[in-house]
Write a protein that binds this ligand. Structure first.
Ligand code: A3P
Length: 290
């Protein structure tokens, strides 16, 4: 079956089925105690989601294994024919305090999240590793258009012509929001460097004590090797028509600096020059390796 072309929402390229369901997303009613988990795709969304769900379950791994991650932390704008939409799952869920995942750029987030002053956790990852991870994800998640050869996909990524739009505008937009919003801004590279330190940051943000037993349990349950093997975290329970892990596993490598295996020297030089231009004037910075 041919892959669907993307449809723009206010100029941002969106997966066709998501765009067709946009009305439901735009009108979504957030609740004051919803916690929003926001990321550009491939930045550590699943990792931070599992960490937060573990914290919400006080470190009880059995509770975290009752359901797949996409049920425990519904994806707000998700819509694929034949599968409940993210908004349906959120409405159906009777959890008192909902966890909500989104990849929307800041300007497309439904108004109610701002009106309700929801707490938000954003995770950003360096763009070279994101581009590589996204390239493999496009291949295995068939709701995306064909990515084409790597050099074409990389050019699309730099131009913001990929699902959810420009990485540069995404990370910058959310970075500015943290000044006025209850928003914790985390980095994938920091999480790799010292996961326990970053888990403590999340606990502090949520107003919970940094109990060492809990920190340890969360760190162990959310280590890459553990999540890779965990059916309730690795997306292996989704239909093949949505994700085909034989093309590339969702839990692919989980490292920082894998871009060095993908970028040519010339691509890297072009990328760096363009990065300087697109990130001009911001104090936001990234570590391309750790
Ligand atoms: P790679 O493709 O570089 O391996 P998202 O959840 O936002 O879609 O991001 C997916 C990326 O995060 C993938 O990157 C995946 O391997 C990585 N990832 C998932 N869980 C992780 C974990 N526990 N530790 C480190 N990386 C993880």
């Amino acid at each position: 079956t041919p892959r669907p072309a993307m449809i723009p929402i206010r100029g941002v390229p969106m997966i066709k089925y998501f765009a067709e369901n946009w009305g439901e997303v735009e009108g979504f009613q957030a609740q004051p105690d919803d916690l929003l988990i926001s990321t550009y795709p491939k930045s550590g969304t699943t990792w931070i989601s599992e960490i937060i769900d573990m914290i919400y379950n006080d470190g009880d791994t059995e509770k975290c294994k009752r359901d797949a991650i996409y049920m425990r932390v519904p994806f707000l704008e998700f819509a694929v024919p034949g599968i409940p939409t993210g908004v349906e799952l959120l409405r159906r869920g009777h959890a008192q305090r909902r966890l909500v995942k989104t990849h929307l750029p800041v300007q497309l987030l439904p108004e109610s999240f701002w009106e309700q002053d929801c707490q938000m956790i954003y995770v950003a990852r360096n763009p070279k590793d994101v581009a590589v991870s996204y390239y493999y994800f496009y291949q295995m998640a068939k709701v995306h258009p064909e990515p084409g050869p790597w050099q074409h996909f990389l050019a699309d990524f730099m131009a913001g012509a990929v699902s959810f739009g420009s990485w540069y505008q995404h990370v910058r937009g959310w970075w500015e929001k943290r000044r006025e919003q209850r928003l914790l801004y985390l980095f994938y590279e920091d999480m790799k460097e010292d996961p326990r330190r970053e888990i403590r940051k999340v606990l502090a943000f949520l107003g919970r004590p940094p109990a060492e037993g809990l920190v340890e349990a969360v760190a162990r349950h959310t280590a890459f090797a553990a999540m890779e093997q965990n059916r309730m975290a690795n997306y292996s329970t989704l239909p093949r028509s949505v994700m085909d892990h034989s093309v590339s596993p969702f839990m692919r490598k989980g490292v920082t600096g894998d871009w060095k295996n993908q970028f040519t020297v010339a691509q890297n030089e072009r990328f760096d020059a363009d990065y300087e231009r697109q990130m001009e004037g911001t104090d936001l910075s990234f570590r391309m390796e750790i």
